[in-house]
Design a protein around this ligand. Structure first.
Ligand code: PPS
Length: 316
């Protein structure tokens, strides 16, 4: 098993073209433009990105999953790309193809943006098929996860870091959400559940309620950050893989923040405007933007919304 660090420019991966509402939002009349230009679509009463089109969403709900399928899911900016890479590396014993990207190896059925698949393409794919989603439980891929042959992994991150990471993400890129307002306003929208993918608390709690289901693994970004070794073993075991020491070391290396930021397999270089995707990769970067008053208000909201659920977060 060789470790390949790719030199910049050494492989043929091409840009996939720019995001465009006229193409990717499909039903453009449905779109709303909120405060500070923030664009979204309502799906099942939730704020969603424009590229979650009615047709793609319906397909994602009705897709026939099979034994061996893996679906990872999260609220945006919670470490899902990191988890995707870990899943890919486990299921491929640490090897990655030189002529493809992680994104192109995943099935993001609910989205019309980046590698949308037809039913025929999905049916023809060998196991294990890896599905990406950012949906709450009641909008999950494959209908009801509890009665589904698919294995689900949910990754949650402390919501202050999510809010900050999401603000940078939506402010830095010029497509889809296109938010161009200040942090204070973004934070208010986040706390009121008005950012794309809806209310963070509802989202996380919806999956947390099913954390003990046999086909479900609930993960925390902060655990991966603090104890990658232990979490890698947990994920591998859940997926039914036993890793050799060498594979373990290779995966640990290839899933590190610095490696993923540089490697063309993972660094989203095929998409315009995602150059800042690998931003900090740390616990506690919320301190950059939260004022003491904002932090207190957020803590009060957390106490109200997750009290009694048993769900706890490490804020660094
Ligand atoms: S997205 O756009 O919703 O799919 O974003 P997502 O991948 O869920 O989350 C992006 C944040 O995860 C950080 N990240 C990592 N942290 C630590 N280690 C590794 N390997 C890693 N890979 C991605 C990424 O930097 C984003 O967090 P911030 O705080 O913005 O840096």
């Amino acid at each position: 098993m060789g470790e390949r660090t790719r030199e910049p420019g050494s492989n043929p991966i091409q840009k996939i073209g720019s995001y465009c509402d006229e193409i990717h939002a499909e039903v453009v009349e449905d779109l709303h433009i909120g405060e500070y230009g923030y664009k979204y679509r309502m799906v099942e009463g939730r704020v969603m990105p424009p590229y979650i089109t009615p047709g793609r969403y319906t397909l994602s709900r009705h897709i026939a999953t099979r034994r061996g399928d893996i679906c990872y899911t999260s609220f945006p900016k919670s470490g899902s790309t990191w988890l995707a890479n870990v899943i890919y590396l486990i299921t491929h014993r640490g090897e990655t193809p030189a002529d493809r990207t992680l994104r192109s190896c995943l099935n993001w059925v609910e989205s019309s943006w980046t590698y949308p698949r037809s039913v025929q393409e999905l049916d023809a794919q060998p196991s294990p098929r890896i599905f990406k989603s950012h949906m709450p439980w009641d909008m999950a891929l494959g209908g009801n996860p509890a009665g589904n042959p698919c294995k689900y992994l949910y990754i949650a991150r402390n919501p202050k870091d999510v809010a900050v990471s999401y603000f940078h993400f939506e402010s830095d890129k010029q497509w889809s959400g296109n938010y161009n307002g200040p942090w204070e306003h973004w934070l208010r929208m986040f706390m009121e559940g008005r950012v794309q993918r809806g209310d963070w608390f509802d989202h996380v709690l919806s999956w947390w309620a099913f954390r003990d289901a046999e086909n479900m693994l609930f993960l925390h970004y902060e655990d991966l950050n603090r104890d990658f070794r232990g979490e890698l073993n947990r994920i591998a075991q859940f997926l039914g893989y036993s890793l050799t020491q060498k594979e373990h070391a290779l995966i640990t290396h290839k899933a590190s923040f610095d490696y993923m930021r540089e490697d063309r397999f993972t660094n989203h270089q095929e998409i315009t405007d995602l150059e800042t995707f690998f931003r900090k990769g740390k616990i506690g970067s919320w301190r950059e933007l939260f004022t003491p008053d904002q932090s207190e208000a957020f803590d009060r909201l957390c106490a109200e919304r997750i009290a009694g659920s048993g769900l706890e977060f490490d804020f660094g």
